[in-house]
Design a protein. Sequence first.
Length: 229
Amino acid sequence: MFEKVNSKVVKVNLGQSGPVISRRGSMLFYSGQVAFAPHQIPGAGGAPGGGGMGAMVGSMMRSEHERTMVAQGTGEVHYGFHGLAVHVINLPQGGQVTADMSRLLGFSAGMQASIVSIQSQQSGGGGLRGALRGAAAGALTGNGMFTTQLSGVGSVVVLAHGEVMELQVGNGPVVVDPQAFVGTVGNVQTQLQSAMSWRDAVGRGSGEAMQLQCHGQGVVLVQASEDKL
């Protein structure tokens, strides 16, 4: 399991945790016997459906997971990335974390990774509303359409600008600014919704034209700053 050293660094004892996956360039230093190798999650080379959307998802998975590496051995490795804050999530059996790959620092190698889509509450539509939905989705995910889901028993480390807050979702939805959104833990669904009025169209609105509604059972992770990674 990953262990937080300070607000920006985590460490893992590979002899106790087994192999871990991390983003390339995040290893700070290590001690003991450790081997690193490029990594691609099994099945990331394609997706059901052959062509069209399936081919696009497969291409995305190849692109994202080619940026990862696996560490294994018996030593202790310290990780950090660009001075960003780190947040450790320990998952029990049946748990899951959903976050954009750009926000993932590392996770246990035994976890199952898949690509899931971000749903817009209003389908279709063009013009200004459509452009705003696309911009908000782009802020939420690296590609504006899909994000990464990790499931199984293990440990996940996410990156954020500033301290991460855990907001419980249960009795009612939690509404988050897309640029403050980091990810979710548990069975939480997300929908982009427009809060745009005519004032936003002429530049006199609140500046919160798109919102992310989170509902279900679990936790929403929110960063203290709206800066994107």
